[in-house]
Design a binder for this molecule. Structure first.
Ligand SMILES: [Zn+2]
Length: 171
């Protein structure tokens, strides 16, 4: 019998399971899965919108859009179809009142060491922080996987760095 593996707890399940029999995790349905070359800006924007973002297309590029969220980082999202990935870039203001180069650099270094796919840097003016993240499409990806990535990115980007009290979102 063909089996699939629960993405949450790795239990083997029949390939028609809608939910994991062990942990209850919702299993992606075949119709939701997309190959990298089937993903375009409209599809990706819809995934972000269904996750609570307000998205706005830009005329600058058919592969770029803005994603804003009331409780998360705001980002410019760029799709790279040939590379099978999208990137998110975000800019933050360092709080003047809490500005402390060593502390900020320490937070950025901790952040950079947590994953190769996330990077942060301080601009030369020392008042602005830039961050970027990359999501690589696997052979088949789904809204559920992208949402899980956005959730993790938000925790890394937003919660860990805003918890330092050193940054705020640039309006
Ligand atoms: Zn499970």
């Amino acid at each position: 019998m063909p089996v699939i593996t629960c993405p949450s707890c790795q239990t083997e399940l029949p390939d028609n399971a809608a939910f994991c029999l062990s942990c209850g995790h919702a299993i992606e349905q075949e119709t939701e899965l997309k190959a990298p070359n089937e993903i375009d800006r409209e599809w990706l924007m819809n995934v972000f919108v269904s996750d609570g973002y307000k998205c706005e297309e830009t005329d600058e590029s058919p592969l770029l859009f803005w994603a804003r969220h009331e409780e998360r980082m705001n980002a410019s999202v760029r799709l790279y179809p040939a590379l099978g990935l999208f990137s998110m870039a975000s800019t933050w203001a360092l709080k003047r009142s809490r500005r402390d180069e060593a502390r900020v650099q320490g937070a950025v270094n901790t952040y950079n060491s947590s994953s190769l796919l996330w990077t942060a840097w301080i601009f030369q003016d020392q008042t602005t922080l830039g961050m970027s993240a990359i999501y690589t499409f696997s052979a088949r990806t789904s809204p559920q996987r992208i949402k899980a990535y956005l959730d993790i990115s938000n925790k890394v980007f937003f919660e860990s760095l805003t918890d330092t009290g050193l940054i705020q979102i640039l309006q």
